[in-house]
Ligand binder design. Structure first.
Ligand SMILES: *Cc1c(COP(=O)(O)O)cnc(C)c1O
Length: 387
């Protein structure tokens, strides 16, 4: 059940186990890394089924851009295919190529449209562009067409056809099959935002110009809005990977990512002694410190350190929450483990997991969980469990 994978990654098959001591001790002889990232593909599959259930009567796709939100495009896509997901969204052509290599038959949409990618390359891979402007519609038609989606902007002012061009688009798009008309929420994670109602109303009027074409508006948080704007197709990403689509309320999703770091060194600091660059923290009591092998190069942001008016992020050590002390450095962080009896050199601490989720770490680092996920480092040993 254990085998050393390519790139020094460790693969674990046929287990629904979370990151237990058993798993760690099984892996230990294989590990020369000082941290282990565990991706629970079972939880990922259950999260997708849950958002798919909430998307009914619409169909649920999955957004797997940015290497499956940092968790690995290929293993993520394989598990979702097995759960019955057949439509995927990527951002770039290289991601599309990887997704096509996983599945010959899946429907794959490329969100960035024709911005950098030629119609020829997309067609060769049977990838559908999400067209974002009139010129792209014309270019796609000139290249002979083929099935494509159209993104109409309703307030993001990022990619997407300006709403005023929608009428012209209905005419220009007659040269090929439009399989989807979509827009994107700006504030779906705030259920009370007035902008949600505005975007829902504007998109309803715009999609009506394309009779018979399936429509899509909801990302993860959109699926949980009281207006229930699931339409014909939903496009969840974050919730599938365990992020909380309903900030401020309990997370309805299961955690997918667990990040454990090894204690490389234990030390004692007397009152007045400081830790780390800038000597930003000083002991106020005799303190037991644990040095762990995860730093900002691994995606633990410097901003997870304490700052004026903001507590530091914590790690879970021997059943206790222990704060980061001093400034997170490139490869190392230091924890105050005075209260975690049993912490010792060679032991493991949990930076992300059941106890401390990506949303909590993001809040303590003054960022969003999406950024935490997509910046998870590449030098971790990785274990895929439960797939
Ligand atoms: C990234 C993205 C999504 C997925 O959003 P989540 O909030 O992760 O669910 C959906 N639609 C578009 C257009 C996106 O760019």
């Amino acid at each position: 059940m254990l085998g050393a994978g390519e790139n020094g990654r460790v693969k674990v098959k046929g287990s629904r186990q979370s990151m237990t001591a058993h798993l760690l001790s099984a892996l230990e002889p294989k590990l020369d890394e000082s941290a282990l990232l565990t991706v629970d593909l079972g939880a990922l599959g259950r999260n997708w089924r849950e958002v798919a259930r909430r998307s009914q009567p619409g169909i649920c796709s999955a957004v797997i851009k940015a290497d499956g939100y940092g968790l690995g495009l290929e293993p993520v896509m394989r598990v979702l295919l097995a759960q019955g997901c057949s439509t995927f969204f990527v951002a770039t052509l290289s991601e599309g190529r990887r997704a096509r290599a996983v599945s010959r038959d899946a429907t794959i949409y490329l969100l960035n449209g024709l911005a950098q990618d030629s119609p020829v390359g997309l067609k060769a891979l049977n990838i559908r562009p999400v067209l974002n402007r009139l010129a792209e519609i014309a270019e796609w038609t000139a290249a002979g067409g083929g099935t494509a989606a159209l993104h109409i902007d309703t307030g993001m002012n990022r990619l997407g056809l300006p709403a005023k061009d929608a009428d012209l688009a209905t005419i220009l798009a007659q040269g090929f099959t439009l399989s989807l008309v979509m827009s994107h929420f700006a504030c779906a994670e705030r259920a009370s935002a007035a902008m949600n109602d505005r975007q829902i109303a504007e998109f309803a009027a715009l999609r009506a110009k394309f009779p018979g074409v399936p429509a899509s508006l909801a990302n993860s948080s959109g699926i949980f809005l009281p207006q229930n704007p699931v339409l014909d197709l939903t496009r969840p990403g974050y919730a599938v990977y365990g992020g909380n689509p309903t900030p401020g309320r309990a997370n309805p999703m299961e955690p997918v990512v667990r990040l454990a770091a090894r204690i490389l060194e234990m030390r004692d600091a007397a009152p007045g002694e400081t830790v780390g660059y800038g000597a930003t923290w000083a002991a106020t009591r005799p303190t037991r410190l644990a040095v762990v092998g995860v730093g900002y190069a691994d995606g633990l942001p410097v901003s997870a350190s304490a700052a004026p008016g903001k507590p530091p992020a914590e790690a879970f050590v021997e059943g206790r929450r222990c704060p980061i002390v001093g400034r997170v450095s490139m490869d190392l962080s230091v924890l105050d483990v005075t209260d975690a009896r049993g912490a010792e050199r060679g032991g493991w601490v949990e930076i992300l997991g059941e106890e401390i989720g990506v949303d909590e770490l993001a809040e303590r680092a003054r960022t969003i969980g999406y950024e935490i996920l997509t910046r998870l480092g590449q030098r971790y040993a990785r274990a895929y469990v439960g797939g």
